[in-house]
Ligand binder design. Structure first.
Ligand SMILES: Nc1ncnc2c1ncn2[C@@H]1O[C@H](COP(=O)(O)OP(=O)(O)OP(=O)(O)O)[C@@H](O)[C@H]1O
Length: 360
């Protein structure tokens, strides 16, 4: 097991900068996720940890050891890719044993270690089966077993579930977590799927265009996003432009033509352009009048039933804007009706005021 420290890492390909000035410490035994949209630099960062790329600037350390320009085969990392990268004509045993053979382990030891790891990933009955005769989920388990069998210090997973259907993805998510806990192995997971990131990770780094925007636990990132990009990328949110009005000691929204009460109240630069973020599930809606701050009248435009939840899109009167509200399904009589007049409240403690993310 190792910790991983990235110090001021930059990676350029010609004139293009894929990763900029990244500082990151991943603790021993941690499940750490790189999350972000396509092309934001997640895989490039993972590859610098694996040694497939060397950084243009900065340092990579495992524990206290400088690994910046150590070749991949000398790093003792196990890697699992989206496309499995297995040898289809070989059996499960041969695929999993491959890394041990390369390391010139004895036959008896190879047999024992491969059998043990196949037991762990629940594939022992398939040991002599050709990989091409396995399902996608089973192939992904072989890829995991192959990475784990070498007893790596760090497990690197690059979108390992994207080729699986939704049900299998859920199952494999639990499977990966179970194995990670059993082995207690430092794990770095790359994904653009926020649900995977929130459900699996001890901590997440959110990337956008080569920059790390925020590092935190799933609850920190969801409840206290540092800017509008993170608020919008993780979960769903309603974002409104607001400005701080010093003379009123309050935020003001032009779209709502109203002051916004936020607790705890900020004290920002006069007129600085900011965003107000409120999650759909944090908004109160009622058919009868609501009292207190931040109450607006609206009309229900659309109601979407998903089973566990009900999403409503509400047009705020005269404001030419829609907000999304989410409520748990509490039975048919509680749904909002389309075209109904409703009162909407943004509870002051549920509002987050965030800066706009820097545009690169
Ligand atoms: N070998 C390379 N040569 C030139 N540009 C590259 C190279 N590898 C990556 N890039 C560019 O660097 C940027 C970041 O790529 P990276 O693969 O790290 O993104 P990502 O966040 O992992 O995206 P995805 O989720 O689509 O895999 C992209 O714009 C990509 O085109």
């Amino acid at each position: 097991m190792s910790s991983v420290t990235l110090s001021n890492i930059t990676k350029r390909f010609g004139d293009f900068t894929a990763v900029k000035n990244l500082d990151l410490v991943i603790k021993e035994g941690e499940f750490f996720t790189f999350l972000g949209p396509s092309g934001c630099g997640k895989t490039t960062t993972l590859r610098m940890i694996a040694g497939f790329y060397y950084p243009t600037e900065g340092k990579v350390k495992f524990n206290e050891k400088d690994m910046t320009t150590v070749s991949p085969e000398n790093r003792n990392t196990g890697m699992v890719f989206q496309n499995y990268a297995l040898f289809p004509h070989m059996t499960v045993f041969e695929n999993v044993a491959f890394g041990l053979k390369v390391r010139k382990k004895k036959k008896v030891e190879i047999k024992k270690r491969v059998e043990d790891v196949l037991e762990k990933v629940r594939l022992k009955p398939f040991i002599d089966r050709q990989v091409s005769q396995l399902s996608g989920g089973q192939q992904q388990r072989v890829a995991l077993a192959r990475a784990l069998v070498i007893e790596p210090d760090i497990l690197l997973l690059d979108e390992p579930l994207s080729n699986l259907d939704a049900r299998l993805r859920d199952e494999m998510r639990n499977e990966i977590l179970r194995l990670q806990r059993e082995y207690g192995i430092t794990t770095i997971y790359v994904t653009h799927d926020q649900v995977e990131a929130l459900t699996m990770s001890d901590r997440i780094a959110v990337f956008n265009v080569g920059n790390c925007q925020q590092i935190g636990t799933p609850t920190e990132i969801y409840n206290h996003p540092v800017n509008d990009f993170v608020a919008e990328f993780i979960g769903e949110t309603n974002l409104l432009d607001v400005r701080w009005r010093k003379e009123k000691e309050a935020f003001y929204s032009e779209d709502l033509n109203s002051s916004i009460v936020v607790t705890p109240s900020g004290s920002e630069v006069e007129n600085a352009p900011l965003k107000m973020s409120i999650r759909p599930e944090a908004i109160e809606v009622s058919g009868s009048e609501l009292s207190g701050p931040n109450v607006y009248v609206g009309k229900v435009h659309l109601v979407q039933f998903t089973g566990e939840a009900v999403h409503s899109f509400i047009a705020l009167h005269d404001r030419n804007m829609f907000i999304k509200v989410t409520d748990l399904n509490k039975g048919p009589s509680t749904y909002l009706k389309e075209n109904a007049e409703v009162y909407v409240q943004f509870p002051p403690s549920q509002i987050r005021i965030v800066p706009k993310a820097a545009k690169e």
